[in-house]
Design a protein around this ligand. Structure first.
Ligand code: SAM
Ligand code: DTB
Ligand code: SF4
Length: 331
């Protein structure tokens, strides 16, 4: 037994709270970094003693041409990024990609549609077949496709969908500077539909979009007062893509990501905190700090939806060096 196995370094019971105040969240987010890291790690080590990291691979099934005006997104038709509307991928090629992801060690396969909301018909039937196929391959299945109806949520649940990703993106206060074509309230209602259908929720946001520290605290407060907490919380840092209104924003200080991850871990002890877009700008050391302070999932694969992600080889090296546990042998 090492000193790290001793009770001194474990919390007996990590309380789950849904009544976090904005002051409490801000205080955590702005704590001296050493203290924040210590507190976050106590929680993280208690709930995830082997530092298991979930690997989630992403694929864009329907790319570009989206009618929403999300200022960060290269897939919006309101933006002039070099991403044009493309034909949707068919079921079989998607399942081929899922098999490749599984062989590379992924746990979850996430599929994205650049839609304001899910449409019924051929494309939705194909989505259901993809979900069933991904589950048969032995992976968790996640879909992100905008708003949905109760009936669509129930059909996705029946097909075996593990999680639905729908982000709040930023604070309620900063939101209107980023998106005008869909309200915060609509996002919350979508999350409620997903929850009612019995699908787990993947919901987080993005930093680096010109928001204040208080905005970040406010986003985290909204997430941490959802009851139950979202099962997964993706923390993205803006990938500033040419042709979007946010193209000239400078990248966030990597330690800001560390703070977001650490605070999310303390607020939502049992949720998966996914270190998401923007890892290429982070560097190895900051990523390892995130893995230590609370991140227990990453996007794994050479591309996100339309932008690049660290390569599989780079991530294998990172995870090996960090000494975390993944579902393939690290050697
Ligand atoms: N259309 C669906 C929707 O908005 O819910 C699904 C796809 S959308 C691309 C999924 C999420 O990716 C967004 O909510 C946003 O948080 C994140 N995202 C998109 N572009 C990004 C960027 N340039 N940098 C960081 N995160 C981004
Ligand atoms: C999430 O929070 N981040 C992922 C996933 N959920 C769907 C998407 C990141 C997209 C980054 C920009 C792009 O590749 O287009
Ligand atoms: Fe469309 Fe989603 Fe991009 Fe917004 S984030 S423009 S809804 S694809």
């Amino acid at each position: 037994m090492t000193i790290l196995d001793s009770k001194l370094f474990q919390l007996d019971e990590v309380p789950i709270r849904y009544d976090w105040t904005l002051d409490e969240v801000s205080e955590l987010l702005e704590k001296p970094l050493m203290n924040l890291l210590w507190e976050a790690q106590l929680v993280h080590r208690s709930v995830n003693p082997s530092y298991k990291v979930q690997l989630a691979s992403l694929l864009s099934v329907r790319t570009g041409g989206c009618e929403e005006d999300c200022a960060y997104c290269p897939q919006s038709m309101h933006n002039s990024s070099d991403v044009s509307g493309q034909p949707n991928l068919d079921v079989q090629p998607v399942l081929e990609r899922a098999k490749i992801a599984k062989e590379a060690g992924a746990d979850r396969f996430c599929m994205g549609w650049a839609w304001r909301e899910i449409r019924n018909g051929k494309e939705f039937e194909a989505m259901l077949s993809m979900v069933r196929g991904v589950r048969e391959i032995g992976l968790e299945a996640c879909v992100t496709a905008g708003m949905l109806t109760n009936e669509q949520a129930i059909r996705l649940a029946d097909a075996g969908l593990t999680a639905y990703n729908h982000n709040l993106d930023t604070s309620p206060e900063h939101y209107e500077k980023i998106i005008t074509t869909r309200t915060y309230q609509e996002r919350l209602e979508t999350l409620q539909r997903v929850r009612s259908a019995g699908i787990t929720i993947c919901c987080g946001g993005i930093i680096g979009m010109g928001e204040s520290i208080l905005d970040r605290a406010s986003l985290l407060q909204v997430l941490a007062t959802l009851n139950p907490h979202p099962e997964s919380v993706p923390i993205n840092s803006l990938v500033a893509v040419e042709g979007t209104p946010l193209e000239n924003l400078s990248s966030v200080d990597p330690l800001e990501m560390v703070r977001m991850v650490a605070t999310a871990r303390i607020l939502m002890p049992k949720s998966r905190v996914r270190l998401s877009a923007g890892r290429e700008q982070l560097g190895r050391e900051a990523q390892i700090l995130c893995l230590q302070a609370g991140a227990d999932s990453i996007f794994y694969g050479d591309t996100l939806l339309t932008t690049s992600n660290p390569t599989i080889a780079a991530d294998r090296d990172l995870l090996l060096k960090a000494g975390v546990q993944v579902n393939w042998e690290l050697n």
